[in-house]
Design a protein around this ligand. Structure first.
Ligand SMILES: [Zn+2]
Length: 323
């Protein structure tokens, strides 16, 4: 990133306009900080430090994958190489499973080989490999794999990065897995709150919910506040081989995606013409129920704590302490 203020502002504006960023910088940094708390003193902590730069913690690493989405002039050589080798990298951050589904299953609507679960699996395999070679489908080394994992575990805990709604021609939610036809809401990027110029519902979950959670923490240190409010639970732990953990966690998050659409009815659809980034598509206006702000804040509060705990658990499973 650049050091002068103006490009920073324009870069931030660009990031706000794009699709599917996950929790914004504040949320991702909090997840990195929480993971660090659980890693302190472990072998995984030492391995992570060897891969990151001297002044780079997991909080900074957690935003690398979003910074790699910026226009080319803002990218360093490491990001440029990643982007050239991974032209599909925007799709690494999410999947679009119908929110009515009970589990992430490979091959169902909204999954593909470049989705968040597949990408995490590849990154975990790169980190587990005995040697640090870039001979893998993404052509990434362990350092980039670590930074992707650190970011994507955060995205995997944003309910609208996993579940998605599909809307039929009568503006009703349908599940394409049952044979019904519906248009995807692009992780609720196509739903605007109150008016056409209102914030997309996706962005609301990325940033407004985190801001509300921070406001609730008041003067208390944010990550300490959410860890105390949402202490780790045995059910947060995954089972089986570590490469299957992202799929298990996607299923867990999918159960929360449903709640994002509770009390919401898309209305007043309008056609958005094709531009350089998107094909022609419909968008809708939505009104949030009265309890939505508190509900979504509490979900995100838990998810940030859970994501930090799970990121640390994953790294400790990849680099277990020697007995
Ligand atoms: Zn992301």
């Amino acid at each position: 990133m650049t050091k002068t203020l103006l490009p920073l502002i324009s870069a931030a504006c660009f990031m706000l306009q794009g699709n599917a960023h996950g929790y914004g910088n504040a949320g991702h940094q909090a997840i990195g900080t929480i993971a660090q708390h659980y890693l302190n003193g472990t072998r995984a902590d030492r391995e992570v430090r060897m891969l990151l730069k001297k002044d780079e913690g997991l909080d900074r690493a957690a935003t690398w994958a979003d910074r790699a989405k910026l226009p080319e002039k803002y990218l360093n050589s490491e990001m440029k190489e990643f982007v050239v080798n991974n032209p599909e990298h925007h799709s690494y951050h999410y999947c679009d499973i119908p929110f009515q589904e009970k589990a992430y299953r490979d091959g169902i609507t909204g999954t593909n080989k470049h989705d968040i679960v597949h990408t995490l699996r590849t990154c975990i395999e790169v980190l587990q490999a005995p040697e640090d070679k870039s001979e893998n489908p993404m052509k990434i080394n362990k350092r980039v794999a670590l930074m992707l994992v650190t970011h994507l575990i955060g995205d995997l805990h944003q309910p609208l990065h996993v579940g998605c709604s599909y809307v039929d021609e009568k503006d009703q939610f349908v599940n394409p897995e049952t044979g019904a036809k519906g248009l995807p809401d692009a992780g609720a990027n196509h739903f605007h709150i109150k008016s056409r110029s209102g914030s997309p519902l996706h962005g609301y979950w990325d940033t407004q919910t985190v801001k509300s959670a921070r406001d609730e923490a008041g003067s208390e240190e944010f990550t300490a506040f959410i860890m105390e409010k949402n202490p780790s639970k045995p059910e947060w732990d995954a089972t089986g081989p570590v490469t299957t953990w992202p799929e298990q966690w996607a299923t867990d998050t999918l159960s929360l995606s449903k709640t994002c659409f509770e009390g919401i009815s898309p209305r007043d659809r309008y056609l958005v013409p094709k531009d350089e980034k998107h094909d022609e598509h419909f968008e809708w206006i939505v009104t949030l129920p009265d309890d939505y702000a508190v509900r979504s804040r509490d979900v995100v509060n838990t998810e940030l704590s859970k994501a930090g705990y799970r990121l640390a658990a994953l790294l400790k499973a990849i680099w277990p302490d020697k007995k």
